[in-house]
Design a protein around this ligand. Structure first.
Ligand code: FUB
Length: 313
């Protein structure tokens, strides 16, 4: 029988958290050669944080805390707290922060840089009760033609093309998807002509919180359910894996998935931590189940190997 405790001195069960402290719902994105993570601040009862911080890195391993970029309590006129699940997208040189507020609204704020300061639009972009399910967990998908789509939802997933101003959309264009076991954290990405929709299942306090996915030939669906993408590995102490984001490493066909898990050790659904792993596509357009790395994912993994061998030998 494998003795994992005895092995732990030589082979860590899981790569360490990449951020110091409790954070969740990581939105991993790259702007101009710098990687950013916009997470929910965790470690508070009932996910009660009221502001967002951002972290930056050039190698995916060493992350700098760049400070608070937006406070739901202080920087909006219409919301008070429960600052959850931020996501940032760039269009025409401006940066748009989409966020959950007061447990059931989505707001948007704009800045000139990824570090803010973000100025709020002044009202919810998606208001409580406007669509089925709860208005939480925004994410933005940018299609190859430059169209930006907002996704969100809890129990029901929604998606809509944002207007060019990035702070409005036509509600008549909203697609709503009743995906089996869908809980929250909808994310879309595209590789070649296949669109991938992935999401979290179960409750974030459940050790079996996990990610499933579906595929389509259109960002509007319909979606072919493909199955599990990311799950717990209790034998390695990895539990509660979900609320992810997916990023293609610029200039490569390498892909990353950032997600949270229960903090190791002794974490739970309110004390979560962030990690990054590789995401692999199969030749037939599916996704391989994510295998949590035992060591941190470094950007050098995606750089072409330079052959320094001297051919004259
Ligand atoms: O972090 C607060 C909430 O927990 C998020 O909105 C959900 O996706 C879950 O991760």
């Amino acid at each position: 029988m494998t003795d994992f405790a005895a092995q732990s001195d030589v082979a860590p069960r899981a790569a360490p958290s990449i951020l110091d402290g409790f954070y969740a719902d990581p939105n991993l994105i790259e702007f101009d050669g710098v990687y950013y993570i916009y997470p929910t601040t965790d470690g508070l009862d009932d996910w009660g944080a009221s502001s967002f911080s951002v972290f930056s890195s050039t190698n995916l391993v060493d992350w700098d805390d760049r400070g608070i970029i937006f406070s739901v309590a202080d920087d909006t006129t219409w919301a008070h707290g429960f600052a959850w699940a931020p996501t940032v997208s760039r269009r025409d040189g401006r940066f748009y922060l989409y966020y959950t507020a007061d447990q059931d609204n989505i707001g948007v704020a704009v800045a000139q840089t990824p570090l803010g300061p973000f100025i709020d639009s002044g009202k919810p972009l998606v208001a409580r009760g406007q669509f089925r399910g709860r208005a939480i967990d925004p994410s933005v998908f940018v299609d190859d033609d430059g169209s930006h789509y907002l996704l969100w939802g809890n129990t029901v997933a929604h998606g809509v093309r944002l207007n060019d101003d990035m702070v409005s959309f036509d509600p008549r264009n909203v697609s709503s998807w009743d995906l089996p076991e869908f809980r929250e954290a909808a994310w879309m990405h595209r590789r070649d002509s296949t669109y991938y929709l992935s999401w979290s299942q179960n409750d974030t306090r459940d050790r079996e919180y996990c990610v499933h996915y579906a595929t389509s030939s259109s960002p509007s669906g319909p979606w072919a359910i493909r199955g599990e993408l990311l799950k717990m590995h209790p034998e390695r102490g990895i539990l509660g894996t979900g609320h992810h984001s997916i990023l293609r490493v610029p200039g490569t066909d390498g892909w990353l998935i950032a997600y949270h898990r229960f903090a190791i050790p002794d974490g739970d659904g309110h004390r979560r931590e962030v990690t990054i792993d590789r995401l692999c596509h199969t030749s037939d357009g599916r996704l391989e189940a994510v295998v949590p790395s035992a060591t941190p994912i470094h950007i050098d993994l995606f750089r072409p190997t330079i052959n320094t061998h001297n051919n004259e030998e």
